[in-house]
Design a protein around this ligand. Structure first.
Ligand code: PEP
Ligand code: MG
Length: 767
């Protein structure tokens, strides 16, 4: 969200406005414009800022259109807002056109008497005769014009022109960068669309497979409903407001029903707060009182939302600050329901959501609204937001392209989650090709019939395939695809996608559904793995300089024994009916930690026994291998742990010191780095020496290029997202163990990434 602009107006000793202070603020604007997805709104903010600082009644920005021969009014304060997008000037026409054409400031304190003056009757500039326009240009490239106007008795000085030129030169850099993407609408105002007519292809990283098309919905950027600078259309009575509140409550209940059906772990919690607020006398009640007193309903919504946003935003408590999003969401929905035409733009239904810094609960919210796909502008493919998108089967890509900041809401998009490609304004033939592809896409469900109960290599080596489960909805697929149990249940997902901690009872009920979904098979619960990039939106974790190296995973659980104990009790209770219940801990770094965590499980089992509550009395207790610290101690761990699971996502991250979620270091995040592979070989051998099962459960497990190597290294159990199971089984059936072992030997002898990449037929640079 853009930072608020400060609008200080300092007077110098001579009593004139101090332009230096102003120029500092313009520097702040750079960040705002760069951050913002909506250039139109930014220009509008800029005009407000300039007008405040230069004490002008009017400030307007004109930008050149595609031809470069005409100017279009793009933002204004002081003139008729309806003129934005419709008022056009030819280069050289009028005073602004002159500044544009001749690339020089035009200052006239009696503008209407200037023979060059061009009057626009509906624009409302008659009272503002003092006129100053400066060109916005980069070198010889004409970009637009920045104009200010004052009333007759407030003339401009030459230092005003200099200050305005400096602003214009800052603006030139910003606008110039994005202008290649912008075209002027043929008629009417409205947001700036991406380049007229032409399809554009942006290359990103694939995150979640499948393709989807729809209009862009840019979220988590731009002005909030409470703060928007866009002039408010008047109207709307208390009765309208009451109707809008009812309609909003109905829509939210609908969303809740949809979530409850498909995502039981989120239950209704995500929108409970919304419903409470819609019935709250201090919130909607206050809006209605204002409307009754004569305030237009939309204004009342904005005012009350702004008041509560400010209160919650200032709270030191994360879960209260989190409420700001709820307030903004409700205000948006109320406004949309007061103004049906606006609704299409606000709702995610049918749209492709472009966002950065989303919490998993936001993804769920948008998914429940009917979003068809996601474009994330930050993060990496192994972040939990990405994992969640896959679990919800929402096509998604990560594309860190600056162009995305300028995509106008509603721009047609096509997301290809298989390749990472993103098409802006896709051509009809491209849309058709993808639509056909989707029609013929074989879903994992359809492949259930080809699955065999157990998996063998070509030469008969037995391999166990289990499923990684993030959401309960995936269990049915895992069962249909004959997964031999659950190798990793990421228990943090119910924590991540809700808006408050689930209780022990709620967890026990959820976990019991998981166990019931895999009758007679192994179910592996990983204890809570939050912190780091898996931030709980509602929990004050405090700021950490290096969250991935901070209070996360098992460390978080040790720091919050009440949360840890409630979870372990819930797991053991749910496991009462499981054939094999396994509990494992993430991010273990020492034997001491493993023992302490195991002691919590044993303590909980003992407490449940004493309380007479049915539970799994003797679960298998194991650990994830995610830290290099484990490698040298593998024998000591293997003597005590019942089983291991290698989380390659984190193992690679920590072996190589490369953030798994940071696309800037994606090159350094290299699963086939020789040190990673040698370490892997050590832990596989260590577990085998002690007869302990070792699973590979990170993303590396399902990548075809690594499969022969992993089997050759001695891995015999894999846990992958359920939809990978058919391909995994087929590839293993074609794999020759002797060849795989030879390949592993060669690779372990090679100390270079490039050499290993060649042997694995990978590009020299990691993908
Ligand atoms: C891993 O680190 O590889 C893993 C499976 O755990 P997560 O991706 O949930 O951190
Ligand atoms: Mg991990």
């Amino acid at each position: 969200m853009p930072k608020p602009l400060s609008a200080r107006t300092r007077k110098s000793a001579a009593g004139k406005p101090d332009h230096l202070d102003f120029l500092c603020d313009v520097g702040e604007l750079t960040a705002v414009v760069t951050d913002s997805a909506d250039l139109g709104a930014c220009l509008q903010r800029l005009t407000t800022l300039v007008a405040q600082h230069l004490h002008t009644a009017v400030c307007s920005i004109y930008l050149a259109d595609d031809s470069g021969q005409s100017l279009v009014l793009r933002a204004t304060v002081g003139l008729n807002p309806a003129a934005v997008g419709t008022t056009r000037l030819k280069a050289g026409e009028g005073l602004a056109g002159q500044a544009f054409k001749e690339l020089r400031p035009v200052l006239d304190n009696h503008a209407s008497r200037n023979p060059q003056f061009k009057a626009f009757p509906a624009i409302g500039e008659e009272p503002f005769d003092c006129f100053l326009a400066v060109p916005i240009h980069r070198g010889a490239a004409h970009i637009g014009v920045l104009c200010v106007q004052r009333r007759r008795n407030q003339p401009f000085q030459t230092e005003d022109a200099k200050a305005l030129q400096t602003v214009a030169s800052q603006l030139a850099g910003l606008i110039g960068n994005v202008q290649a993407l912008l075209a002027q609408p043929a008629a009417g105002g409205g947001p700036l669309p991406v380049r007229r007519g032409g399809m554009r292809l942006l290359r990103g990283q694939p995150v979640s497979g499948g393709s989807a098309t729809g209009p862009a919905l840019v979220v988590a950027a731009g002005p909030s409903p409470a703060k928007t600078a866009v002039p408010e259309p008047a109207g709307g009575t208390e009765a309208d407001l009451a109707r809008a509140a009812e309609e909003t409550a109905r829509q939210i209940k609908d969303l809740q029903d949809r979530i409850a059906r498909r995502l039981p772990e989120a239950a209704s919690l995500i929108f409970d707060a919304h419903l409470l607020m819609l019935h709250d006398d201090g919130f909607v009640g206050e809006m209605r009182r204002l409307a009754r007193a004569g305030r237009p309903a939309r204004t009342a919504v904005r005012e009350v939302a702004a008041k509560y946003t400010a209160i919650f935003a200032a709270s030191p408590q994360a879960y209260l600050r989190e409420k700001v999003k709820d307030i903004e969401d409700i205000a948006q929905r109320l406004l949309a329901n007061l103004e049906p035409a606006a609704r299409r733009e606000e709702s995610a239904a049918g749209s492709i959501v472009i966002a950065r810094d989303l919490y998993p609960s936001d993804i769920v919210r948008r998914w429940a609204e009917g979003a068809k796909g996601f474009v994330l502008t930050s993060g990496g493919v192994t972040t939990h937001v990405a994992i969640l998108a896959r679990s919800l089967q929402l096509p998604a890509v990560i594309a860190d392209a600056p162009e995305l900041a300028a995509v106008a809401p509603g721009t047609p998009l096509l997301v290809d989650g298989d390749t990472g490609n993103l098409y802006l304004q896709p051509r009809a033939d491209v849309l058709k090709r993808f639509a056909e592809g989707e029609r013929t896409r074989t879903t994992a469900h359809q492949r259930a019939a080809e699955m065999r109960d157990s998996t063998f290599t070509r030469d008969g080596e037995r391999i166990t395939l289990r499923a990684n489960i993030n959401l309960l909805g995936e269990v049915a697929l895992a069962r249909d695809l004959k997964a031999e149990g659950i190798g990793l249940y990421r228990t943090e997902f119910p924590f991540l996608i809700r808006t408050a901690f689930p209780t022990e009872e709620e967890q026990a009920a959820l976990y019991a559904r998981l166990v019931a979904g895999m009758p007679g098979r192994t179910v592996t619960f990983r204890t809570l793995d939050v912190g780091g990039e898996k931030a709980l939106a509602y929990f004050n974790q405090g700021r950490e300089a290096n969250p991935e190296l901070g209070l996360r995973s098992i460390r978080f659980c040790f720091r919050h024994p009440d949360i840890f104990t409630a979870q372990v009790r819930a797991i053991l209770r749910a496991g009462a009916t499981a054939k094999v219940l396994r509990v494992m801990f993430p991010m273990i770094s020492s034997l001491d930690e493993f023992r302490a965590a195991r002691q919590v499980v044993l303590g909980c089992a003992e407490a449940l026994r004493a309380e007479g509550i049915p539970h799994a009395a003797h679960p298998a207790i194991g650990m994830m291998i995610e830290l290099p610290a484990v490698v040298e101690l593998i024998d000591a761990f293997a003597a005590e742990a019942d089983f291991f699971s290698v989380g390659t996502n984190d193992f690679v991250q920590y072996m190589l010191g490369a953030d798994r979620g940071n696309e800037l270091v994606a090159d350094a995040y290299c699963p086939h780095h020789p040190a990673v592979l040698r370490a892997l070989a050590q832990v596989v051998a260590g577990a085998a020496r002690h007869g302990k099962e070792l699973t590979v459960c990170g993303e590396m497990a399902h990548r075809p290029e690594y499969l022969p190597l992993l089997v050759g290294l001695g891995v015999r159990t894999f846990s992958v997202d359920p939809h990978h199971l058919p391909d995994m089984q087929a590839r293993l059936a074609a794999l020759d163990l002797t060849q795989a072992q030879a390949l592993a030997r060669e690779i372990l002898a090679d100390p270079t990434i490039a050499g290993i990449a060649r042997r694995l037929h990978l590009p020299a640079k990691p993908a």
